[in-house]
Design a protein around this ligand. Structure first.
Ligand code: ADP
Length: 311
């Protein structure tokens, strides 16, 4: 196992990147803990790819600092490249080469590569080894790009939208691979549009909007923080909600939208649930059908980044 420590694998501070007079990244801070999976989420044009490409050393920051495995991705590129795996959105490979040749070539560039045949097998690329890259389907190209990113057994992998356009089976295979990398101590940074992907895979999620990180934390932290949750139950109509509210923390609201149907909104945690059921017991009320609606990552995402479409 590598990277057991909770050190920082990637540290970005005040990153600014402009294309002409367009500011793509605008003072972005990001921390990726060693050995974890961090998902970078954000609407189109938020600056995710630019940030990742800067971490990979493909773009030079206009301001701010980027440290990857403690190194400067541009100045220390020669030392860093063998230690990281990169899956670009475009694939970034020579389109006339055969899939298996490319993978074997990539494996030879590293001291302790993964078993190429096993990797081909598990990513379902067995039937396309002799096919040239340009003749592979979009999903096959993507799986090959993933294989190329991980074959060198990197300490850190950057995956830019690794499952965009994949069918559910290939998406599962990709998720399994990321989980295995994590179990092996590898750090993964991935961008994704899929909330479920972030919820399933990520230890930490960074929500990027307009070139900055709007929120960062574990999926649970993000869903708990900010957004309110709702507790619902039914009971006898006309309960004294003023009395109930006195027992609940400030900032909690209670309503009876339909007779005998109750809705409590606020920070619904185990303590609040206990307080409500205790109050009911003290008032001879049997609360039926208690349910807690937790906010999903998608709710939090839309709350932070707005609901309008981005181009
Ligand atoms: P995301 O990955 O979140 O969709 P990008 O980093 O690709 O965001 O892009 C951020 C912004 O920078 C967008 O407005 C995009 O149009 C612009 N941009 C990205 N790459 C270039 C480029 N090479 N030249 C000019 N503008 C670019």
């Amino acid at each position: 196992m590598r990277n057991e420590s909770v050190g920082s694998a990637v540290q970005v501070r005040g990153l600014v990147k402009r294309y002409g007079n367009k500011t793509a990244v605008d003072g972005l801070d990001l921390d990726v803990r060693s050995g974890t999976v961090t998902a970078v989420l954000g609407p189109n044009g938020a600056g995710k790819t630019t940030t990742i490409e800067t971490c990979e050393g493909y773009r030079r920051p206009d301001a701010g600092t980027v440290r990857v495995l403690g190194l400067d991705p541009v100045a220390d590129a020669a030392a860093l490249r063998p230690r990281i795996g990169v899956m670009l959105q475009s694939g970034g490979v020579y389109s006339g080469a055969r899939a298996d040749e490319m993978l074997r070539h990539m494996a030879k560039l590293h001291a302790h590569p993964l078993d190429v045949d096993a990797l081909i097998e598990r990513l379902g690329l067995g039937s396309c080894g002799r096919t040239t890259y340009r003749r592979l389907s979009g999903g096959q190209q993507q799986r090959l790009a993933l294989a190329m990113a991980v074959v060198g057994r990197p300490e850190l992998v950057f995956l830019d939208e690794p499952t965009a356009g994949l069918d559910p089976q290939a998406r599962r295979a990709t998720w399994d691979l990321v989980r295995e990398l994590r179990a092996d101590g590898v750090t993964t940074v991935l961008t994704t549009h899929f909330m479920q992907e972030a919820e399933e895979l990520a230890d930490d999620v960074a929500i990027v909007d307009a070139g900055r990180v709007a929120a960062q934390g574990s999926p649970e932290e993000l869903c708990r923080g900010g957004a309110e949750n709702t507790l619902r139950f039914t009971g006898r109509p006309g309960l004294d909600l003023g009395s109930l509210l006195k027992a609940l923390p400030d900032g909690t609201a209670a309503a009876e939208p339909l007779p005998g149907t109750y809705r409590i909104t606020g920070t619904v945690d185990p303590q609040l649930l206990a307080t409500v059921t205790t109050w009911c017991a003290q008032h001879g009320v049997m609360p039926d059908g208690i349910s807690v609606e937790r906010h999903t990552l998608e709710d939090v995402f839309l709350e932070l980044t707005g609901k309008e479409l981005r181009s």
